[in-house]
Design a binder for this molecule. Structure first.
Ligand SMILES: Cc1cc2nc3c(=O)[nH]c(=O)nc-3n(C[C@H](O)[C@H](O)[C@H](O)COP(=O)(O)OP(=O)(O)OC[C@H]3O[C@@H](n4cnc5c(N)ncnc54)[C@H](O)[C@@H]3O)c2cc1C
Length: 385
């Protein structure tokens, strides 16, 4: 029978970051179990790759602050490219309510040392993206170190380095059970046999609730479809511009090579493991696109290039990070609610500290504990993206 000090279930960007950080901290008898034949088949391979410090809750701001600094040094520290592009995030407010929200966020960001978020005028915005419709704009914010990474590259970088340090990765191996004796994890059952271990990290993304149930634990994580639509090559927008968020609709977009990547979270979407792209979405998103960027009405879209993936939603749209309340040795790194790429560096670091040192030193992740759903201490973040 195989044994491991830590078994990580799921080899997406989160599981890979946890593996990397454990290995870097000296814990190398780590086994990552992945049911697919390749990494990145879950949400990581479907992501838009956006990274931003412009959040409203302290814990999300702190997770981002550490993670974005990490992405800026990733190539040097990890030895593989992250393709971090600090092109910024531009939030456009068209109502006083949204402007008040940006102002309150700005104050919290400043208080936590994120000092480079600026308020922008219509003129500033038009300098960045002259094609935007701004007649209804009442204000906005821009952070130049927000931007994008290549999620696949980050995931591979974390895992390649972890493997260089001795971590093992089992592909095409499904976890089918978690053994618990007297409230303590003792092993993991897989399609490749049993692994004896006293520590398990649930990094199973949108499938995390099912994995938690294997240990008799409950985890409020639900899959929710999100769809992205790239245009055909489009030259009428600048070669470089920030991720732009139209706060009036939630429509957002950025450049990806020659194409423009269009995103909008349809409020009519319902939970479920739906990964088919719905072609009727193209018309809906193009309507929002043309309303904010009139020239996008001329963009061509081939629906076959569009795709759908799953957000892993929690009731308060914040991650669940920390030990399972009732099962010793089981840890959650779940429920990122659409922010798992950008928060993967901080999550890996915090998880390795929790496992190896019994507490998170990097930042206080107690607001993200699973207990908050039973004690009613939910967090509040406006779910714009
Ligand atoms: C369209 C879209 C756009 C997004 N945009 C952004 C963005 O701009 N910025 C951002 O930060 N985030 C974004 N996200 C969210 C982000 O992609 C996720 O939060 C992140 O990828 C989660 O990573 P993960 O490693 O937890 O999960 P995943 O990448 O889903 O990995 C989980 C892995 O667990 C494996 N697994 C599950 N069950 C088992 C089992 N029983 N046995 C073995 N293996 C198992 C799966 O096969 C999978 O490989 C987006 C997501 C989508 C869908």
């Amino acid at each position: 029978m195989d044994t491991a000090d830590v078994v990580i279930i799921g080899s997406g960007i989160v599981g890979s970051s946890v593996a990397y950080h454990l290995a870097e901290a000296g814990c190398r008898n780590v086994l990552v179990v992945e049911r697919e034949a390749h990494q990145g088949q879950g949400s990581t391979g479907k992501s838009m790759g956006g990274v931003r410090a412009q959040f409203s809750t302290p814990v999300n701001i702190e997770m981002s602050r550490y993670s974005i600094n990490f992405f800026a040094r990733f190539d040097e520290v990890v030895g593989h490219p992250a393709d971090y592009r600090p092109h910024g995030y531009l939030f456009l407010a068209t109502s006083e309510r949204h402007l008040e929200y940006l102002k309150a966020n700005h104050a919290r960001q400043q208080a936590l040392g994120v000092n480079n978020v600026e308020f922008v005028t219509r003129e500033d915005v038009l300098q960045m993206v002259p094609q935007l419709r701004t007649d209804d704009m009442v204000g906005g914010t821009f952070c130049p170190t927000d931007g994008f990474v290549d999620p696949h590259s980050v995931m591979m970088g974390f895992m390649l380095r972890a493997r260089e340090l001795g971590v093992r990765l089992w592909l095409e191996t499904r976890v089918t059970g978690i053994d618990v004796e007297g409230g303590q994890v003792t092993g993991v059952e897989t399609t490749r046999g049993r692994i004896a271990t006293r520590t398990v990290v649930n990094a199973a993304g949108a499938w995390a609730a099912e994995v938690a149930r294997m240990a008799g634990a409950s985890l409020p994580v639900e899959p929710l479809r999100r769809q992205l639509v790239p245009t055909e090559p489009f030259a009428q927008l600048p070669e470089r511009f920030p991720m732009v968020i139209d706060m009036s609709t939630g429509f957002h977009f950025r450049r990806e090579g020659l194409r423009i990547l269009l995103a909008w979270n349809d409020p009519a979407e319902t939970p479920g493991f739906k990964t088919e792209f719905d072609t009727s979405f193209v018309e809906k998103i193009l309507t929002h696109a043309a309303a904010r960027v009139p020239c996008l009405a001329e963009a061509q879209v081939n629906p076959r290039r569009a795709w759908a993936g799953l957000y892993e939603m929690t009731p308060d749209h914040h991650a669940i990070i920390g030990p399972a309340p009732d099962v010793r040795g089981l840890y959650f790194a779940n429920g990122f609610s659409g922010h798992g790429v950008m928060h993967s560096p901080a999550t890996g670091r915090v998880m390795s500290e929790l496992i190896l040192e019994g507490q998170a030193r990097l930042l206080d992740v107690s607001p993200l504990s699973a207990e908050r759903f039973t004690t009613g201490q939910l967090l509040h973040e406006t779910a714009l993206l």
